[in-house]
Each structure stands twice: as C-alpha cells, then as structure tokens.
Write a protein that binds this ligand. Structure first.
Ligand code: FBP
Length: 302
C-alpha cells in the first residue's frame, strides 16, 4: 500500500487539465451520494429502459449526478443506465461525453452491501464509442469505506475517502494477480455448452465462488484477488444481462489497465462498436489466464 499522504488532486496533477477537472467533478459527488443512502430508501415505482424496477436511490443518484454534470461546461453529454437516451448539455466548450451507471448493484441497497457508481469518460461528442477509446474510467464504491478507483490509461489507482470527499491514495498502480475466484452470474440450467465447460474447468482448478449481486463490487474483488467475473450469454439471454456502455466498457478498460482483460467469450469487448445505449453484452472479465481459458472453451465447443 502506497504512503497515504497523496490526495486525489495531487495524484491527478500530471493529467490534462480539463480531464482532471472532469474526474474531480465526479469525485466531489461521492460524499453527498453516500449520505443519500440514509434517506432515499425503497422503490421508486418506475422502470428503466431495460424494464428493471428502479429504486429510490437509483433515481435520486441519476438525477443528482446529471444535474451536477449539467453545471460542468467541459461535459457535452452523458448516457445513463437510468435514462432512455443520451442527455445532451448546451455546453459549446464541452469536450467530454460520459457513460454512467449511477447505482450498480442497487438490489443490495436494502441489505447494506457494497454497491457503486461506474463512470466512463470519452473525449468525444458522443458516448457511443468503443471501450478502448476511453480517456478515463472510474468507479466509486460505497462499502465499509467509500473508495474511488480511476485510470486515465496510465495504470489503476485507488483512493479512500477520509471524510466528506477528501480522497487520499490507498493503492497505486494496481495489477491484477492470477487468482482462483469466480463470480458466475446466471442460472446453471441456462448455461450454453461452452460456458458450462468453462465453469467446470474452473471448478476442477479449485476456483471458489464469490458473487455478491453487485457487478462493480465483484469486479473490484477480482481486480485485487485475480480470477474472473462472468455474466455470460445464456439460453434465455443471448447477449447476457449487463450493459456494454455502462458496465462492461468502463470496468473492462479499468481491469485491462491493471493487466487483465474483458471478453464476450469470443472477442475483446473493448473493440466492440456500440450500436445503442441499451446494448447488452456477455461478460468475462479478469486475469489473462481465465480469459484465455474461455476463449479456448468457446473455440472448442461451438
Ligand atoms: P444494476 O444494479 O445496475 O441494474 O446492475 C445489474 C446487476 O445488479 C449487477 O450489478 C449484478 O452483477 C447483476 O445485475 C446481478 O444479476 P442477477 O441478480 O441476475 O444475478
């Protein structure tokens, strides 16, 4: 663990000014969002574009973050998991388009388990860009501690909120180890042959299951411990459950920056050109050994 005397602002000092400012805008939202956990409870009585019931905190966080971004002249648009279309801002100087999962894992809000906000930042007029074109990705984890992880394509760095949004360096230049943890989403009865073969091989290798129901927390665990998170294509869900823009790309870019990889079982997800904000994708994300194994299984078992 690096010396914890470096603040997020200091760590960002060599990052291009406007990108640094944009990252700091998102970081400034962590404390007020965490505080809202105590008041924004229960369901909102609405559904998002994916037909998923929205919780009060989903809606509140989405509204709060978008309103905050609307005040930042550097941001041109944002695609949010909780919005049907890209939200465009009247910012003529706007340089960055963002992707946002305001509250990933929100089914865990009522049981106080770790969930988070996932952010992708493109230097582009549109957020419909390939994951490998991200200028930055970051996520905020609302766990026992509030932590923030970011990358601008120069390594992965983790910070802890020491109180009221004052983030200090916790781990610098994180590298994903080779591990034996798997987070296998979906139902076994719906597994496709190549995925079933993959899971069987992992079990034979002695992989333990760690699946919390919060993608961002489960991937954070894999980032630290190694192994693989998967929410695969299923007989019932040919493109899996999770979203290309809001979950796969920002977290896949992050894990790739730490020496891991993200795949849909056949190709690197970061190479996929998004066709729409609601695009889902099968996800395998983790250490290279695990991603090599799924590629081998999918090749051998069509
Ligand atoms: P959202 O909470 O943003 O809708 O994310 C979907 C999600 O909760 C992931 O965080 C998680 O990995 C997955 O769904 C769990 O799905 P399931 O309940 O089908 O296992």
């Amino acid at each position: 663990m690096a010396e914890n005397t470096i603040t997020l602002e200091e760590h960002l000092k060599d990052v291009e000014h406007d990108l640094r400012e944009t990252i700091l805008v998102f970081a400034s939202l962590a404390a007020p969002i965490k505080k809202a956990f105590q008041t924004e409870r229960g369901t909102a009585g609405t559904k998002n574009v994916f037909g998923e019931e929205q919780l009060a905190l989903d809606k509140w966080a989405d509204k709060f973050i978008i309103e905050s971004l609307s005040k930042c002249e550097l941001i041109k648009s944002v695609a949010s998991e909780e919005q049907p279309d890209v939200v465009e801002f009247e910012h003529p100087r706007g340089r960055f388009s963002c992707t946002l999962d305001p509250m990933d894992g929100s089914s865990l809000i009522d049981v106080n388990l770790t969930i988070g906000t996932i952010i992708g930042i493109f230097e582009s007029p549109t957020p419909l860009r390939k994951g490998k074109e991200l200028a930055a990705s970051m996520y905020i984890l609302y766990g026992p501690m509030t932590t923030l992880v970011y990358t601008v394509g120069k390594g992965v760095h983790e910070f802890v909120d020491t109180g009221n949004g004052h983030f200090i360096l916790f781990n610098e230049d994180l590298r994903i180890p080779t591990g034996k943890i798997m987070g296998p989403g979906g139902l076994k009865r719906d597994f496709l042959p190549y995925h079933e073969k993959f899971i069987t091989k992992l079990e034979e290798k002695g992989f333990k299951i760690r699946f919390s129901g919060s993608f961002v927390a489960d991937v954070h665990l894999i980032l630290h411990k190694g192994g693989v998170f998967t929410y695969p294509a299923l007989k019932t869900r040919p493109n899996g459950k999770l979203r290309l823009l809001f979950e796969a790309n920002p977290m896949g870019f992050m894990v790739s920056q730490a020496g891991g990889e993200i795949s849909n079982g056949f190709q690197n997800i970061l190479d996929i050109q998004p066709e729409g904000v609601d695009q889902r994708v099968a996800i395998y994300v983790g250490d290279k050994e695990s991603i090599d194994l799924i590629r081998q299984c999918s090749k051998e078992t069509q």
